[in-house]
Write a protein that binds this ligand. Structure first.
Ligand code: AMP
Length: 362
């Protein structure tokens, strides 16, 4: 029988999981409020368009699939709990979703595992903000605890700023204040973990952001072996702590002293590992489809350095030129309407020797 994997969410990550599943001889079933004609829906065998709290639709969905995963961490964990009543394979785990949905929970977890984080403060009131800014005594980043992505819901602040102004811009939501880390670079670590707790690591990626959005990633990250080992140890401790089933990325800052400082986790495929489609023997999407579809994981390796650059709405005019280049692989997500600052696709290409090229004009 052909296994069918269920995917909660209809965006580009779901699309790339569905394509990987098809390559493995599986089928994908997308469940999302906007599944029809979505980036994932158009490449999947089946779609259910329903809300994440529709218990009857979730139950019918569960009965049509062999295992399920989520392409984004903000799906309600109650939806996963409903699916878990009917399915033996539910990825990434309720604990992983709950923790990753809240910046305060994920930093508290990292701290409890002995992983370095920026100093942080829980902010619920203007008084909390005042106290925290006084303790911060310098620069910080004020973030919404939930639902922020691509730099949205964030404000750079300083302890000398006007508190009323900051509160007027950000108040009214649960917030976290973090000390600003003056980092040397940013690195992400990706791990896969199966039902029996066996893990595989992907080569780490070095990341560059522009306007809070990932611009490009290079792998393997050109960092000392000890730094990579520290990052991999941290992401493995997190995966074990969360009873992860599937894949999980950890974003971190790397200081000039070579210290890894935890930023956040995502228990799903991560933008900084899209190069794995061409650059590694097994992509992050294939590894996840294997785990959810009941196939063994592969040991991941790569033979030379690789780069991924994101394409945003404002890069649409460059697509035709990029698609005509022999060395460049283009991936478009099939989105309708290109918006400035929104991801519409990505490119990948090999980096040889100490190349530091870029194909995209920015
Ligand atoms: P985030 O959404 O938390 O991943 O933040 C997006 C980007 O903002 C990060 O990748 C960093 O480039 C920057 N950033 C976030 N938090 C901090 C921090 N505490 N210190 C310095 N830069 C930060």
């Amino acid at each position: 029988m052909i296994p069918t994997i269920g995917i909660l969410g209809s965006g580009q990550l779901g699309r790339m999981i569905a394509i990987a599943a098809a390559n493995l001889g599986m089928r994908a079933h997308i469940f999302a409020p906007d599944a029809d004609n979505s980036p994932a829906g158009v490449v999947a065998a089946f779609c259910t368009t329903a809300s994440y709290d529709d218990e009857a639709a979730l139950t019918a969905f569960a009965k049509s699939i062999d295992g399920v995963t989520s392409e984004f961490e903000n799906v309600p964990s109650a939806s996963l709990a409903i699916l878990a009543k009917h399915l033996p394979i539910v990825s990434p785990s309720i604990k992983a979703l709950d923790t990753a949905q809240d910046r305060l929970s994920e930093k508290t977890m990292a701290q409890s595992l002995g992983i370095a984080t920026p100093r942080f403060w829980q902010i619920d009131t203007e008084q909390d903000l005042q106290t925290a800014l006084a303790e911060l005594d310098g620069k910080g980043v004020l973030k919404t605890r939930r639902d922020g992505y691509d730099g949205k819901g964030q404000l750079r602040v300083s302890s000398s700023d006007d508190i009323h102004d900051i509160w007027a811009q950000m108040g009214g939501k649960a917030l976290i204040l973090e000390a600003f880390i003056s980092f040397e670079t940013e690195a992400s670590f990706l791990i896969a973990r199966d039902k029996s707790g066996v893990v595989t690591h992907f080569p780490a990626a070095e990341n560059h952001h522009k306007d809070g959005i990932l611009a490009h990633s290079t792998a393997p990250a050109p960092l000392a072996d000890e730094i990579i080992a520290d990052g991999q140890k941290a992401v493995e401790a997190i995966a074990n702590h969360l009873d992860l089933f599937g894949i999980l990325a950890m974003e971190s800052f790397v200081t000039s002293k070579g210290e890894i400082i935890f930023n956040e986790i995502a228990p799903r495929p991560h933008n900084s590992f899209h190069w794995t489609i061409e650059g590694a023997n097994c992509s992050q999407f294939e590894q996840l489809a294997r785990i959810v579809g009941g196939l063994p994981m592969r040991h991941v390796s790569m033979s030379h350095a690789w780069r991924m650059e994101n394409l945003l709405g404002q890069h649409a005019e460059q697509i035709a030129g990029l698609q005509s280049m022999d060395e460049v692989s283009t991936h478009l997500y099939g989105k309708t309407g290109y918006k400035t600052g929104r991801k519409i696709g990505h490119i990948t290409y090999p980096l040889r020797d100490s190349d530091d090229k870029s194909y995209k004009v920015d």
